[in-house]
Design a protein. Structure first.
Length: 225
């Protein structure tokens, strides 16, 4: 019988390899840890195909807001974090930004989403003007009903390229309803429970108002790119 015991040199080699593997995996794990706190990582980013998108379509990082026109926090986010994000990252070509409708406030959320999708269909370049105008119509008492057809048409009227009659009819079309449903499916897919929910590529930040966190996740995504 041959002696199957390993020689001391073989053992040393094996131990060294094991040690190197351990060190490398620790380093990798440590790097990955950097932005796990306050962040939920998904297998993939939400698809923004067919979604209104602000900024350079070739921008390396994608930020998605899951938002609701009826949600007061979304209005606040749009007035505080969003302008900073646009200035620092969208205007500089590093980030493209998409908005996905969430219907947490029922019929009014849905009506506002239908109007916004219809505007986007009619005149994609005017979408963000309408988006902003709609949020600025949100009253202080956000529980008050304000998202009526008349209000949607009134806001749309401030945009010269939008045809009110066409807007009203497309808000009732199957095509626009499908776009709102596609957004609802994304809300479900990413288990969105709060609005606004902000995702940077495949990472969801826990606190949408923590701009420092958002920045660090964007910077990390830019480095990975
Ligand atoms: Ca949409």
């Amino acid at each position: 019988m041959k002696d199957k015991k390993k020689s001391p040199i073989q053992l040393m080699v094996i131990l060294t390899i094991v040690l190197i593997v351990l060190i490398v995996s620790l380093v990798v794990l440590n790097n990955k840890k950097e932005n796990t706190e306050g962040v939920q990582t998904f297998d993939q980013a939400p698809s923004i195909e067919g979604q209104p998108t602000l900024g350079d379509s070739d921008a390396p990082v994608t930020v998605v807001e899951f938002g609701d026109f009826k949600c007061p926090s979304c209005k606040a986010w749009g007035e505080s974090v969003y302008p900073q994000l646009v200035k620092d990252y969208v205007d500089t070509g590093k980030v493209k930004f998409s908005f996905i409708n969430v219907l947490f406030h029922g019929e009014e959320s849905e009506r506002a989403s239908l109007a916004a999708e219809a505007v986007y269909q009619q005149s994609p370049e005017d979408y963000w003007t309408f988006h902003k105008a709609l949020f600025s119509e949100q009253p202080e008492d956000h529980s008050a009903e304000w998202v009526t057809i008349d209000k949607m048409l009134e806001v749309a009227e401030t945009i010269p390229t939008i045809d009110g009659n066409q807007l009203e009819s497309s808000m009732q079309s199957e095509e626009i309803a499908e776009k709102v449903q596609r957004d609802a499916a994304l809300v479900e897919e990413f288990n969105v429970e709060l609005t606004p929910t902000i995702m940077i590529n495949n990472k969801m930040v826990e606190d949408p108002f923590d701009y420092e966190k958002i920045k660090s996740v964007i910077e990390e995504a830019l480095e990975e790119n």
